[in-house]
Design a protein around this ligand. Structure first.
Ligand code: ADP
Length: 542
């Protein structure tokens, strides 16, 4: 009778396969056990049998000229169904085996006793069994002896399993180390308990400290080294310690190194999990960006200098063109008027571009100068609406202004805020088709005044919304192809609003218009955030 298949057969086979023991050469550590078993019990056959899906394979086999049999005829396939010794005193008298070809023919099995072998996971892999050609019984002492020998086989199998796991761990550690050593970045893996688990060679080189003084150490013991190496070591230590237990956040920031050499480093961190998804700590990576930053600075300085040089002659040219255009130098023919208006348009665009480039250079140098006074925002908005109204009229667009209540004054730079509103309103008309509508709504709560500029224009996709505040970014749509612009207006606007302690946000959908919301802190809110005292009326905000 064929043995039933155990309930956990799939997991049982997985445990067997993970040992990589099937069809391996004979090994003395197993053969010596079957030799002792055969001798002790005075039987002609002793086996260590492992049960595969449809056959049994003998890791050790004494007294049989074969290595495997079909699972259909296997006694051991029955033995693995229970955790106890499986004993058949006379197979001829047992209906499960009476007609078994191994009973009715060679090797003429009569007596069988099998000990089920378990893997570390608890799954039954096969048996240690003894077989006789004569019927017999097994005394209690003998049963215990067979169980002891079985436990010995299990220990040997476990040793195989443990050595596999050990080799796999060594290999994965070697891979991890190889990856960490192949990069030009300094890396350290820190546990949530503040211990430096793995440090790469680049880390030692960057910070002039040998590996033996770092690996296994706790952050508090390395503090003197960190103080020696970084300009703002306290901030780095605080940042590192605060985030160690965090399992989600990634961060990137810039840090300055002062020893053994001065460098600008990009400091990055991410949580690390093992294969069982257990949080084992965080990886901290330092990348040398000194050269990149230097090139960036040189680029910005170059753009700033060129823009400065261009601005003076352009201002003069624009002045003369305006003089000619308004007829101050004598009456103009229709053609001359037309040509002068084209020149005016182009010089205006050039002037805007140069001013924008200078603003971006200032932002990148880290400061926008704000001339702050107590100001009302509504008159500034109305002034911008008036200035830009010709553009709206030219496109037969409706321009609305709605306000729920009057806005409290803010502490701000009127010119800079005018620049922002001009940019947003110019964009609104530019990216809205003819006969569209642009609505400005203002409202205030205790902390902020809000200005919404809503259009019924072409809108922005999610992807575009994520980039419109980036330098030189222009969405790729039919509209931007035919309009002039350098993609700097929103970058500058955001910096100005943030320098005011406010924020600028966009909500939009393609084809369904956009709303840009500016929120500026009220004076009460500024008082609260700037440590209780008001900033002086004129200041430089970094
Ligand atoms: P510019 O208008 O000079 O291209 P901005 O920085 O002001 O530069 O705007 C960046 C991009 O954002 C624009 O090129 C345009 O693609 C998109 N954009 C700005 N405002 C709107 C708007 N109201 N509707 C649709 N797209 C807009």
């Amino acid at each position: 009778m064929r043995a039933p298949i155990p309930n956990n057969e799939r997991q049982r086979l997985a445990a067997l396969h993970s040992l990589h023991i099937l069809h391996t050469p004979r090994e003395d550590r197993f053969d010596r056990i079957t030799r002792i078993a055969a001798h002790t019990f005075n039987v002609p056959i002793a086996l260590i049998s492992l049960i595969e899906s449809d056959y049994q394979w003998f890791k050790s086999c004494l007294g049989l000229p074969i290595n495997e049999t079909s699972r259909d005829v296997s006694f051991c396939a029955h033995a693995i169904l229970d955790d106890k010794l499986f004993i058949i005193p006379d197979a001829r008298c047992d209906p499960r085996f009476a007609n078994n070809p191994l009973v009715t023919g060679d090797p003429w099995i009569r007596f069988y006793a099998g000990y089920p072998l378990h893997a570390l996971s608890g799954h039954t892999l096969g048996t240690l069994c003894i077989i006789d050609r004569e019927p017999r019984l097994l005394m209690q002492e003998e049963r215990e002896m067979l169980s002891d020998l079985g436990a010995w086989v299990e220990n040997e199998i476990n040793a195989v399993e443990i050595s596999h796991a050990f080799i796999a761990q060594r290999e994965s550690e070697a891979h991890l180390r190889a990856i960490m050593e192949s990069t030009s970045d300094a890396m350290v893996l820190v546990t949530p308990e503040h211990q430096f688990l793995t440090v790469n060679q680049k880390f030692c080189e960057f910070f002039g400290t040998p590996l033996t003084r770092l690996e296994g150490q706790y952050i508090q013991h390395i503090k003197p080294m960190l103080k020696r190496v970084f300009v703002d070591s306290d901030q780095i230590i605080r940042l590192t310690i605060d985030i160690l237990a965090d399992t989600q956040q990634h961060f990137t920031t810039l840090v300055q190194q002062k020893w053994p050499t001065t460098r600008e480093l990009e400091f990055f961190s991410a949580p690390v999990f093992d294969t069982q998804n257990k949080h084992i700590g965080r990886l901290f990576v330092f990348r040398d960006v000194t050269r990149e930053r230097e090139v960036e600075r040189m680029k910005s300085e170059f753009v700033s200098q060129v823009s400065h040089e261009l601005r003076s002659p352009l201002t003069a040219i624009k002045g003369y063109i305006d003089l000619f255009a308004d007829g101050s130098t004598g009456p103009l023919t229709e053609l001359q008027q037309h040509l002068f208006s084209i020149m005016q348009n182009n010089t205006d665009h050039l002037m805007t571009l140069i001013n924008d480039l200078l603003d971006v250079a200032r932002i990148e140098a880290g400061h926008i100068e704000l001339q702050r006074t107590y100001i009302e925002v509504e008159p500034i908005i109305k002034n911008v609406m008036e200035l830009l109204y010709p553009k709206f009229r030219a496109k037969q667009q409706t321009l609305n202004y709605r306000h729920t209540s009057s806005l409290p004054p803010v502490l701000g730079d009127a010119n800079r805020l005018q620049q922002v509103f001009t940019n947003l309103l110019a964009n609104a008309t530019q990216y809205t088709p003819e006969q569209g509508t642009v609505t400005i709504t203002t409202e205030a709560d205790k902390q902020y005044i809000h200005i919404d500029i809503q259009d019924t224009g072409i809108g922005l996709s999610r992807e575009e919304q994520a980039h419109i505040f980036d330098k030189f970014y222009r969405a790729k749509n039919g509209q931007t192809e035919f309009t002039v612009g350098a993609g700097l207006g929103l970058t500058i606007s955001r910096s100005i609003i943030e320098a005011h302690g406010g924020r600028i946000e966009v909500t939009s959908a393609l084809g369904q218009g956009s709303t840009f919301r500016i929120s500026l802190p009220t004076i009460a809110e500024l008082r609260r955030t700037i440590t209780g005292t008001l900033a002086p009326a004129t200041q430089e905000v970094s």
